[in-house]
Design a protein around this ligand. Structure first.
Ligand SMILES: Nc1ncnc2c1ncn2[C@@H]1O[C@H](COP(=O)(O)OP(=O)(O)O)[C@@H](O)[C@H]1O
Ligand code: SF4
Ligand SMILES: [Mg+2]
Length: 377
């Protein structure tokens, strides 16, 4: 078996971090060309912490979290590093593992589990709910069938499923949407994972059930001291659930920081647009909701410019259409990728890029006749 332990780099990960995603790219080979839905994503999550990954549909959130579990489609090729703190406190790179190998199977479902948006798809209609929860218990915790059932019943009680003995033997179609989502959470928690990935876990539920499920997740997180990667397009949910937030647009994180700061003072034009599309707590009920015009472009043959350029009210012509801003730290823990944000770090980055562009433009370029001329390349 190929060893993926980074043994000679003991201090590779920050001590408290459970996962560090570094410069993650995902390419998808298509008939028309290569799609790059993830274009250099970086984030980390500490033990017991909740990170919200936010952005409109099509930003690359699901592909990012599927990469963490190595469950992407075959045609997806991830690059970069996904460092994970393993059971014995060693650091392993998930991207170096065989997606079907023993190493990832020891992590998937046991140390990292995932709740999907659509519980009806996650459960097989052919087996009882109890059977499916116990399968994970038998695989990772105990081979004793009686004990495994007890553990499963216990976790079903914990997620608020009443009358568990009867429910254990029922099939998915006999559960309501909210109850099925609870069962899915039970299945994800049964092995006491260190990291739970929740991909839009409440989007399919009505508002009251959604609130109950979110409350339940918070309680269980405290009890299990789990880290959570919470994927959502809803910033209202972020304010309620997350310690920190990473805002994603066109396969990149464009702003990240603690959720109170981001919520109170969003800086990136895209974050401000997303904020405008939710009611602020204490805001007026008749307040009009703002929406960002246009849609997320297809991540194929992208021009060398800011990904948000076409939709941005603040764009700087001659700059934002010529270069893509990098994520820079504007205050401890707060990072923004935008040339127009009015803070010293973003302005210093802007000056640097403008200087580089000027230098590039004044470089002589070869003409067809073999001569040289100055100007745009
Ligand atoms: N298996 C796939 N094949 C082709 N395109 C895909 C595949 N999975 C995702 N995509 C495309 O990649 C982009 C990002 O997808 P996804 O990560 O699902 O976005 P999000 O979860 O943010 O809505 C979308 O444009 C989507 O159509
Ligand atoms: S870099 Fe320019 S186009 Fe991109 S978000 Fe900032 S102002 Fe808008
Ligand atoms: Mg998704």
């Amino acid at each position: 078996m190929q060893l993926t332990l980074i043994s000679n780099r003991e201090e590779f990960m920050e001590k408290d971090n459970i996962i560090e995603v570094k410069d993650l790219h995902v390419d998808i080979k298509m008939m028309e060309g290569t799609l790059t839905p993830v274009r250099g994503v970086n984030f980390e999550i500490k033990r017991g912490e909740t990170l919200g990954l936010v952005g409109e549909s099509g930003c690359g959130k699901s592909i990012t979290c599927k990469s963490i579990l190595a469950i992407n489609d075959k045609k997806c090729t991830p690059h970069g590093e996904i460092m994970f703190r393993n059971e014995d406190d060693t650091e392993v790179d998930i991207l170096k593992m065989d997606p079907k190998g023993k190493e990832i199977r020891n992590i998937r479902g046991k140390q990292i589990s995932m709740i999907f948006q659509e519980p009806m798809v996650a459960f097989s209609p052919m087996y009882t709910i109890g059977n499916q929860i116990t399968e994970a218990t038998l695989l990772h915790i105990t081979k004793d069938k009686k004990k495994a059932k007890e553990i499963s019943l216990d976790v079903m009680r914990k997620v608020g499923i009443a009358n568990v003995e009867k429910r254990y033997n029922q099939y998915p179609h006999e559960f309501s949407g909210g109850m099925l989502q609870r069962a899915l959470i039970a299945m994800a928690l049964v092995c006491n994972p260190k990291l739970l990935i929740a991909d839009e876990p409440t989007t399919a539920l009505d508002v009251t059930i959604q609130a109950q499920i979110l409350e339940l997740m918070k309680e269980l997180q405290k009890e299990f001291n789990m880290a959570i990667l919470f994927i959502t397009h809803d910033l209202g949910v972020v304010a309620r659930m997350c310690d920190r937030v990473a805002v994603m647009y066109l396969g990149k994180v464009v702003e990240t920081g603690d959720s109170k700061t981001i919520y109170a003072n969003p800086q990136h034009p895209y974050t401000r647009g997303l904020m405008g599309s939710v009611h602020k707590i204490g805001g007026r009920k008749d307040e009009r909701l703002f929406s960002i015009e246009g849609t997320v472009p297809l991540a194929m043959n992208l021009p060398k410019q800011c990904g948000f350029y076409e939709r941005c009210d603040c764009r700087i012509e001659g700059l934002c259409d010529k270069a893509e801003p990098e994520l820079v730290e504007t205050e401890p823990g707060h990072k923004i990728a935008c040339f127009a944000c009015n803070n010293p770090a973003c302005q210093a980055h802007r000056a640097e890029v403008e200087k580089r562009l000027k230098e590039e433009e004044s470089k002589p370029v070869e003409t067809n006749e073999g001569g040289k001329k100055r100007g745009k390349r």
